[in-house]
Design a protein around this ligand. Structure first.
Ligand SMILES: C[S@@+](CC[C@H](N)C(=O)[O-])C[C@H]1O[C@@H](n2cnc3c(N)ncnc32)[C@H](O)[C@@H]1O
Length: 281
């Protein structure tokens, strides 16, 4: 990477300004990444000064797109409005990409400090599911508008909100951190998502009575996970359950005799399980 690569990129931004169109979000995200890699650390440099208005214009174009998508969601047209940006390709890996930037801009969740920054033993700290995995989950678990979806350990609520926007399913998040629940509920309310709710509770106490799909991005391990597995198995005897998992907990779910996976499980991709048990105890 040399200064001339940067000059060429800045010349191109000045010459071809299609990236300014709000809809050119992916092109802009790619250009912003490249600028980020090429710009020198010296903030007083001439290149940084030349790049600054381009970066500000990119941010303004993004803001216009996010605002338009938020209005569409409030009008009940979110799935259609977001469709052009949801053609994700590979769905593996734990990294974040441009789709996560889009989702952050659209959901506009304010990020509070956790009241309890060190989780109790067995409970995992907050990390959002990369957006492409949420799309993969919606597709492979066959989530539709008649489903009730529960995210156990819902953090700031990306999964319940995006699933509701895309499918119309009623979605719930259960999260032990009160500050996360408040932020998630505020964001859902600002988007008019009436089918989304958040409850501050321990996942072990969550009601599973009306639930069709449970999602877990490894929110807990050990004894807490064992207790939740017992509740899930009991619920699956009364009502077929689909369970989608991400991360290390997928291996534990894969060992349950009462579940069948739709494919070989990997910690880097959502695993989808369907309950096979039925009938009373
Ligand atoms: C890895 S994050 C996943 C967040 C969210 N599900 C997502 O995928 O974007 C795990 C979350 O589970 C929460 N958590 C951990 N143990 C919990 C418990 N026993 N009951 C409820 N929430 C819990 C944590 O506070 C954290 O926000």
């Amino acid at each position: 990477m040399t200064a001339s690569d940067l000059t060429l990129l800045l010349d191109r931004l000045a010459r071809d300004d299609g990236w300014r169109l709000p809809d050119a979000f992916l092109e802009r995200a790619d250009l912003a990444d490249r600028l980020d890699l090429l710009l020198p650390g010296d903030t007083a440099s001439a290149e940084v000064a030349r790049a600054a208005p381009f970066l500000a214009a990119m941010e303004a174009s993004d803001a216009r797109l996010f605002q338009r998508l938020r209005e569409a969601i409030r009008a009940g047209r979110g799935a259609l409005a977001m469709a052009p940006w949801l053609r994700s390709g590979a769905s593996e890996g734990q990294h974040y990409d441009a789709l996560d930037t889009l989702l952050a801009g659209v959901l506009a969740i304010d990020e509070p400090m956790a009241d309890d920054p060190v989780p109790p033993p067995g409970m995992v700290f907050y990390q959002p599911t990369p957006a492409r995995h949420i799309l993969d989950c919606v597709r492979r678990a066959g989530i539709g508008r008649d489903d009730v979806v529960l995210d156990l350990g819902s953090g700031l609520g990306h999964v319940p909100m995006l699933v509701n926007i895309l499918t119309g399913a009623r979605t719930r998040g259960v999260e032990r951190e009160p500050a996360y629940v408040e932020s998630a509920a505020r964001a859902a309310d600002a988007l008019g998502l009436r089918g989304v709710s958040f409850l501050c509770a321990d996942a072990r106490d969550a009601s599973l009575d009306d639930v069709d799909v449970v999602y877990l991005f490894t929110p807990f391990v050990g004894g807490v996970l064992a207790d939740v597995l017992v509740s899930l198995e009991r619920a699956a005897r009364a009502r077929p359950l689909r369970i989608a998992t991400l991360g290390p907990c997928s291996a534990t779910f894969a060992r349950q005799a009462w579940l069948r996976a739709d494919a070989a499980t990997s910690p880097d991709r959502v695993a989808v399980f369907r309950s096979v048990s039925g009938g009373p105890d």
